[in-house]
Design a protein around this ligand. Structure first.
Ligand SMILES: [Zn+2]
Length: 181
């Protein structure tokens, strides 16, 4: 049986005489699949789906076109915000603290907030638009400091600290966010 859901599209529902509770999984086609006890009503199935929406969204690797589309849209909006903000914020701090970089690139990479290459290109992740401003500024300062120190040496951290005295707390807090969109 299929039920139609506004977020997950067509959801496959399998009634299973042996199952005692409702279970969620991903079908081979990447759709959401529910295994439910034989006599579960549609009302209950939908209610259960609603109650578990966040969990499903976060934990299941769904390939549903609707979710995919929503994610693409979010990425597009973030990229737009990032384009209109991050290069200017970088320029602002570079001027303020007297750094010279060559280029600002925006990245979508899932693992890093930013990077600084030896040709003086600074990359900033568009996901920075989703973290608090102090953390965003910290990442920018961190990458600018790499223009003078390409490592994480004591001198590097001393330089970061001279622009952001709370850098340790910021570095730590940043770990509770994921760069991927
Ligand atoms: Zn670094």
């Amino acid at each position: 049986m299929l039920i139609s859901d506004k977020e997950f599209g067509e959801v496959i529902v399998r009634k299973n005489p042996w199952s005692k509770n409702i279970k969620f999984s991903v079908s081979t086609s990447g759709r959401l699949q529910m295994s439910v006890p034989q006599y579960t009503s549609n009302f209950l199935i939908k209610r259960f789906l609603n109650l578990n929406r966040t969990n499903i969204r976060e934990k299941l690797p769904l390939k549903n076109p609707e979710t995919q589309r929503a994610r693409d849209y979010k990425k597009k909006m973030l990229a737009k915000q990032a384009r209109e903000y991050l290069p200017y914020r970088l320029e602002y701090f570079a001027k303020l603290y007297g750094y010279k970089y060559d280029k600002c690139r925006l990245s979508h990479a899932g693992t890093r907030w930013g990077s600084c290459s030896s040709n003086r290109t600074i990359s900033l992740n568009i996901g920075l638009m989703q973290v608090p401003e102090q953390l965003r500024d910290y990442v920018i300062i961190h990458e600018l400091a790499h223009l003078n120190h390409m490592d994480h040496s004591k001198d590097f951290w001393r330089e970061v600290a001279s622009h952001d005295k709370n850098y340790r707390a910021h570095e730590k807090r940043l770990k509770s966010f994921e760069p991927g969109v």
